[in-house]
Design a protein. Structure first.
Lengths: 162, 455
């Protein structure tokens, strides 16, 4: 499957990924409207970590053996058998935080904006490329498919897979 | 369809019989189906429901989840996986030599491979009962059926309690036991605005993984809302009026009125149907790294089993959902001829009390261990009411408590599971904002760059 890979050395800590993620998961999906009216409610599902000049953006890794899926008590957290994308069905989530307890990347958050639910990267399934990748000014995030040997990278240019 | 009578002595051989229809049992069925699409799989369940998530029963009580959403596998699961499910079928005994199970309604189920995933059952303490005011005099002391006393380990319990609360307009509940189930119940009752009394034998709630400080934060919060916690205490006498509980007396002499009592002092592996000596049993059914019991072709998984605790280096019963699922998958795959190892686990728990989330995992109360270097790092922020404790043994994290702020708790779970040497980052490890960027450099690379980078 295509996943987001982190190019740590290129991240400049601008946090545009966080901003575009918030917009993407807003109701209006419009940046001005989202920030003026909604943003206090919307958690970014990508997280920029930074110490000095060191920074990187990290979001759900959509693990092969996803611990969050295994730990989920409500059946909300699921890995799609065809796409490999791990998503949280917000209707079924009860906010028990078992996923937060087991995710070794720490990329699932508590969303308390309406009722308690787990918030995580959905890989922008409706988009060709996740918005965090698309809007990264320095290619610090890549959306690519790595083969079994984890060697050959299928490169993405201008949004088209070659 | 065959009639019940005809079923009595069926000679049909079932390839895989699974006793138990919960986390481990269903994960096992899926595990079997990964390798064997055609073999006959039958699940025997003593309950009256298709699958439901046991940990959700307190959320049902709270109204966070409704009955139609308590199923964690959808209803097509059995059909899609070609599984024969027998509800209301309690196993009375198993014959490990002739390889069949007998149900309480005397049906015989022959198997090639058996999985025992029968879970746990609640411990019921012996308590003196005093009958007061019984108007018709018919109630004898032997009548154990006292209204208003419940355990809470099954969906039926949860539904019964909910109905009882509504019918009797109950506003206050007493919970005997401040452990895992007690606290999850408390979460639910407090969530719907009831007040609670917790009675706990130890000197703190969640004694298995909380320390006094963590417990103190939660106790303070619970008390601030008009509820109470009685520690170092237990119920010595229960008062019954007109067949219903009306109160109890604590060990310290205090009498408390009570119309609803939840008994939550713990669960024990459900092994009644296993003849003594038939299988190696400690507290639960002892299994090896492949979830095999001491008898050929018989496996065990989930709350009934004793799998490897990686922190103790020995087998013990850790009755939590994620491990039940993992053990189930492993046993299923191995029953179907695979060769998958169970890598062990450790205890963990998440409970949120009155908007204070908590997560605890591993060994959190160790102060010293012979021949080992134990370090305990704490970060308490009284302003934010947050507390974090990290227990380190020979430079490896072995236990964590987080109260108030549980952000990124799983990073610690990863450190524990992967036995990462954290000596280079010890200064930061109990920080509130500890993240991946603070991790030892090789492990950080492993996480950031992706799968395939060896630590």
């Amino acid at each position: 499957m295509k996943k987001i890979y982190i190019q740590e050395e290129y991240c400049i800590g601008c946090r545009l990924c966080e901003i575009y993620c918030q917009v993407q998961h807003s109701k209006s999906k419009k940046i001005i409207k989202a920030f003026k009216e909604e943003i206090t409610d919307i958690l970014p599902r990508v997280l920029v970590e930074e110490i000095g000049y060191n920074s990187f953006a990290i979001q759900c890794r959509h693990c092969t053996d996803a611990p969050c899926v295994e730990a989920c008590i409500s059946g909300a957290m699921k890995k799609n058998k065809n796409t490999g994308v791990v998503t949280c069905d917000e209707d079924r989530c009860v906010g028990c935080w078992s996923c937060i307890m087991v995710c070794p990347y720490g990329v699932i958050k508590r969303d308390l904006s309406s009722r308690r639910i787990a918030s995580k990267c959905d890989l922008c399934v409706d988009e060709d490329i996740p918005v965090c990748v698309k809007n990264c000014p320095n290619e610090a995030l890549k959306f690519i498919e790595k083969d079994e040997n984890k060697e050959n990278l299928v490169r993405i240019k201008n949004g088209n897979q070659k | 369809m065959v009639t019940k009578n005809n079923l009595k002595r069926t000679n049909e051989m079932i390839d895989y019989i699974i006793i138990g229809n919960s986390a481990a049992g269903l994960a096992a069925a899926e595990g079997i189906r990964e390798l064997d699409k055609r073999g006959k799989v039958m699940i025997l369940s003593e309950e009256d429901f298709l699958n439901y998530s046991k940990p959700l029963i307190t959320y049902l009580l709270e109204g966070v989840v409704s009955l139609d959403k308590i199923y964690f596998k959808d209803k097509k699961f059995y059909r899609d996986n070609n599984i024969d499910i027998k509800l209301n079928t309690r196993v009375k005994s198993i014959d490990i030599d002739k390889m069949f199970a007998i149900s309480t309604d005397s049906n015989e189920y022959k198997f090639r491979k058996l999985l025992i995933a029968s879970g746990g059952r609640p411990i019921i303490p012996e308590v003196k009962v005093v009958y007061e005011n019984t108007y018709d005099g018919s109630q004898s002391e032997n009548d154990k059926n006292i209204e208003g006393i419940f355990t809470l380990t099954t969906l039926k319990d949860s539904i019964n309690i909910k109905t009882y609360i509504e019918k009797n307009k109950i506003k206050k509940v007493s919970i005997l036991g401040g452990g895992l189930i007690g606290l999850k119940s408390a979460e639910a009752f407090l969530g719907i605005g009831m007040s609670i009394n917790i009675i706990e034998l130890a000197d703190r709630i969640l004694a298995a993984t909380f320390d006094r400080q963590a417990s103190g934060i939660i106790e303070k919060r619970i008390k601030s809302k008009g509820s109470n916690i009685y520690k170092n205490n237990t119920i010595e006498e229960i008062y019954v009026t007109d067949g219903k509980i009306s109160g109890y007396r604590l060990k310290n002499g205090r009498k408390i009125e009570c119309r609803l009592l939840i008994v939550a002092i713990g669960v024990i592996p459900n092994i009644n149907f296993i003849n003594s000596g038939a299988l190696k049993i400690n507290r639960g059914v002892v299994v090896d790294d492949y979830m095999r019991t001491s008898a050929k072709n018989i496996y065990a998984a989930g709350d009934v089993a004793e799998g490897l605790d990686i922190l103790l280096g020995e087998n013990r019963n850790i009755a939590i959902w994620p491990l039940a699922v993992r053990q189930g998958v492993v046993s299923g795959i191995n029953m179907a001829g695979g060769n998958k190892k169970y890598n062990g686990g450790f205890f963990m728990n998440s409970v949120e009390i009155l908007q204070i989330p908590t997560i605890s995992m591993g060994l959190t109360n160790i102060v010293e261990e012979r021949g080992k270097n134990i370090e305990v790092l704490k970060d308490f922020n009284p302003k934010k009411n947050t507390y974090k404790k990290v227990v380190i043994r020979d430079n490896r994290v072995i236990g964590v408590i987080m109260v108030g702020n549980i952000e990124r708790a799983g990073i610690y779970a990863g450190l524990i599971r992967n036995e990462i040497d954290i000596s280079s980052v010890k200064d930061n490890i109990s920080r509130e904002d500890f993240g991946i960027i603070n991790l030892p450099v090789n492990y950080k690379k492993h996480l950031v760059i992706g799968e395939g980078i060896e630590v």
